[in-house]
Write a protein that binds this ligand. Structure first.
Ligand SMILES: Cc1cc2nc3c(=O)[nH]c(=O)nc-3n(C[C@H](O)[C@H](O)[C@H](O)COP(=O)(O)OP(=O)(O)OC[C@H]3O[C@@H](n4cnc5c(N)ncnc54)[C@H](O)[C@@H]3O)c2cc1C
Length: 351
């Protein structure tokens, strides 16, 4: 699959449809767009595709995808990625779409938080429950330290070289990063509120081995305050069963998992009710002509938050979106099984 084309361009990237969200529904939408002759670009706030399937339940089995009796959520996403390969839709990960505005030519201009811009004849919002954002440390003093001493991701391992690092969290990310950081940092302490973990057994075993070998420490407790005189982090206060402890630290890496936040979508002038975008169920168009919603974010009576419902919604939405991209052209109705160009593309993508 294509792409990271993520150097901000001078002018907007032009596309027939901008797909916001690379969850299962956004991915399938890119396939459907390709089948009916629409170009698409996909944007997602997080650094990987798959939405809830990958962030919340990658190894759980799914039984209600037509013609797939059982597959894990991760396998479903892998199959979708393979399915869209013939159309190679450019994928812009790590970009949150912040603003959407109507242009004089009737198209839409969308801008991301990292400076990308798209001009699209139509937009399909497949944003699930909103963009996934890291769950933050709920301490006032953490806010001004964010990016310098308090982190929610690790852009470069070397930034922590020779430093005293506290990794907070008990999931796979926390354990994996603590294990990786112990190789470059001066000292790593993993802090978790209990002694059990919600991480793979192998990661837990590796971590315990590393603690036994004194390559890192593990402390049970909750971070209750940060001491940062003159804006430089010095230590972290930990509440523990037996009282408080103070740990010296240059950096705190907080990996408490992700939470969904509808965020900017609520400000785009589209009708949103109860966190869902109101749509017309004949074509899944929102109250703004040319902006569509499919998947968990689409709201209508008797909506079922199921992957297969999202596939159907995206498919109908794109057929209407075609009219915005090609107002003077009659869309040719063709079943994918009769589409010789698609057959060639699929064969080429597997060559
Ligand atoms: C534990 C669990 C088990 C489930 N089991 C099943 C099952 O067995 N069968 C079934 O059919 N369904 C199941 N579901 C529901 C299913 O996962 C959802 O219906 C599906 O993920 C919805 O897909 P989506 O693409 O609409 O949204 P999501 O998967 O939520 O993806 C939305 C994506 O949009 C991105 N996004 C949002 N806003 C922006 C923005 N402004 N800019 C950029 N990106 C943005 C988000 O970061 C996210 O990656 C389950 C859900 C859970 C939590």
């Amino acid at each position: 699959m294509t792409t990271p084309a993520d150097t901000p361009p001078a002018s907007p990237i032009s596309t027939d449809v901008l797909i916001i969200g690379a969850g299962p529904v956004g991915l399938f939408a890119a396939f459907e767009a390709g089948v009916i002759g629409l170009s698409s670009q996909i944007v997602d706030n997080i650094e990987r595709v798959g939405g809830q399937c990958i962030e919340l339940y990658p190894d759980k089995p799914i039984y209600d995808i037509p013609a797939i009796p059982v597959c894990t959520a991760r396998e479903l996403v892998d199959r979708l990625v393979e399915q869209i390969r013939p159309f190679a839709p450019p994928l812009h990960l790590g970009h949150r779409v912040e603003t959407v505005e109507r242009l004089d030519n009737g198209h839409w201009l969308a801008r991301t938080d990292k400076g990308l811009a798209f001009e699209a004849a139509a937009i399909l919002i497949a944003g699930g429950n909103g963009s996934f954002v890291p769950q933050r440390l709920l301490l006032e003093e953490a806010v001004p330290l964010e990016g310098r001493h308090v982190h929610y991701s690790v852009p470069k391992l070397d930034d922590f070289a020779g430093k005293k690092v506290i990794v907070a969290g008990g999931g796979d990310s926390a354990l994996d990063w603590a294990l990786a950081l112990r190789k470059v940092a001066q000292h790593v302490t993993l802090v978790h509120r209990r002694s059990g973990f919600s991480a793979a057994d192998s990661s837990v075993a590796n971590m315990r081995r590393a603690v036994e070998a004194r390559e890192m420490d593990f402390a049970v407790g909750t971070i209750t305050s940060l001491s940062a005189p003159d804006g430089q982090l010095q230590s972290v206060e930990l509440r523990q069963a037996e009282g408080s402890a103070h740990l010296e630290a240059d950096h705190v890496l907080v990996l408490f998992g992700l939470v969904a936040d509808l965020g900017p979508i609520a400000k785009w002038g589209i009708e949103v009710q109860g966190g869902r975008i109101t749509v017309d169920t004949s074509n899944y168009e929102s109250t703004c002509p040319g902006i569509f919603a499919a998947g968990d974010i689409a709201g209508y009576p008797n909506k079922q938050k199921l992957i297969l419902s999202g596939f159907h919604e995206a498919s109908l939405a794109l057929r209407k979106a075609y009219n915005y991209a090609f107002p003077d052209k009659k869309r040719v109705h063709i079943h994918s099984s009769y589409d010789t160009k698609l057959a060639e593309r699929v064969a080429a993508s597997h060559a």
